[in-house]
Design a protein around this ligand. Structure first.
Ligand code: HMG
Ligand code: MG
Length: 304
């Protein structure tokens, strides 16, 4: 069966904008996040506290985050790769953070300048410190992204046990949830189900798993539906289909949030999202970026 409700983890302002050639002014980013929240998205990933040279598009995190303020009922998670990133995020009052691991050695090097295990060792104190803050009644929620769960541009198809090992490591160190990333968008539904079944077998609770599909081969919605049928209820998507990944050249945009919402509402699954307001937001952002949204739903609804 399908779940009655899905929580959309909106990544357009982070995964989307980190890969756009145009540098978006900080005020425009803040308006983007506010409009996404006003459209009913309750988790809006805001930015990354990474090295500014690695992701120049998000180098304004210190200026952006305070502009967002507290938005009632909306979580604003941020990416933190290491202690330095966590310090920067906590100093600004971030309450949700995400570390980002890789299932493959090639991408761990390209994205984090580390082996897979060195990257895990870098995240361990980050997660531990977030948990310590939690003990002081300042609950900091930690998401663990895992990239290249299906295929890798350098290594090809990624063996499922290799992915499961890093998933378990992230949960064992204390991550509250996992996001399974198909960074380059090569997954197909059978592969998704095989990975989810392997995680089941290892006792990983499905309610701690989110899915993060990129739409390179047009499979993101099919993969999402397979994951929902398996019991997953957290789905990452990017407004207007913005995005990619600067350290994985063959990656195109994420699953577009509008395409996801169209499918979910069609299935009678609640999201809390106002599709009209969301589409208007993506049309506006496309104007800011000077290129049309690749989302089929955005195009269909905005040419009515
Ligand atoms: P490194 O060069 O190995 O860093 O990079 P280091 O630890 O050797 O430090 C070098 C210098 O950087 C030091 O400064 C540090 O202070 C500074 P120095 O002493 O030389 O003056 N530094 C920092 N400055 C600001 N903020 C920080 C920070 N950390 C160190 N947080 C590092 C290692 C992890 C920092 C680097 O590789 C990095 O920033 N990587 C981030 C790459 C990234 O953001 N990629 C995109 C996100 S992942 C993604 O998109 C996939 C996802 O969507 C899921 C999917 O689709 O698969 C999540
Ligand atoms: Mg991504």
């Amino acid at each position: 069966g399908l779940p009655p409700r899905v929580r959309i983890h909106e990544v357009g302002a982070r995964d989307g904008l980190q890969n756009e050639k145009a540098t978006v002014p900080t005020e425009v980013k803040a308006e983007f996040v506010h409009r996404l929240a006003a459209a009913g998205l309750t988790t809006v990933e805001a930015t990354s506290f990474v090295h500014p040279k690695w992701v120049p598009q998000l180098a304004d995190a210190e200026r952006l985050f305070p502009l967002l303020g507290d938005i009632e009922g909306v979580h604003l998670p941020v990416l933190v790769p290491n202690d330095r990133g966590l310090d920067r995020a906590l100093a600004l009052g971030a309450r949700r953070v995400a570390v980002f691991a890789s299932a493959t050695e090639s991408f761990a090097q390209a994205n984090l300048n580390r082996t897979v295990d060195e990257a895990l060792a870098m995240f361990e104190p980050v997660v531990a410190r977030a948990k310590a803050a939690e003990a002081a009644h300042e609950r900091v929620h930690v998401r663990g992204y895992l990239s290249m769960c299906f295929g890798d541009p350098w290594e090809g198809p990624v063996p499922i046990p290799q992915v499961v090992r890093v998933c378990k490591a992230l949960l064992d160190m204390g991550c509250d949830e996992l996001s399974l990333g198909d960074t380059i968008g090569v997954a197909t539904p059978g592969h998704v189900l095989a990975l989810l079944a392997a995680l089941d077998e290892q006792g990983v609770p499905t309610d701690r798993i989110g899915v993060h599909f990129h739409d390179t081969y047009g499979q993101a919605l099919a993969n999402t539906l397979a994951a929902l049928q398996h019991g997953v209820t957290t789905v990452d998507a990017s407004a207007g289909g913005l995005g990619g990944c600067p350290y994985a050249k063959s990656a195109t945009g994420n699953l577009a949030t509008e395409d996801l919402v169209w499918m979910l509402h069609g299935l009678g699954i609640e999201t809390g999202v106002d599709l009209g307001r969301l589409t208007d937001t993506s049309v506006w952002m496309a104007t800011q970026l000077g290129r049309p949204s690749p989302s089929r739903t955005v195009r269909a609804l905005s040419h009515k």
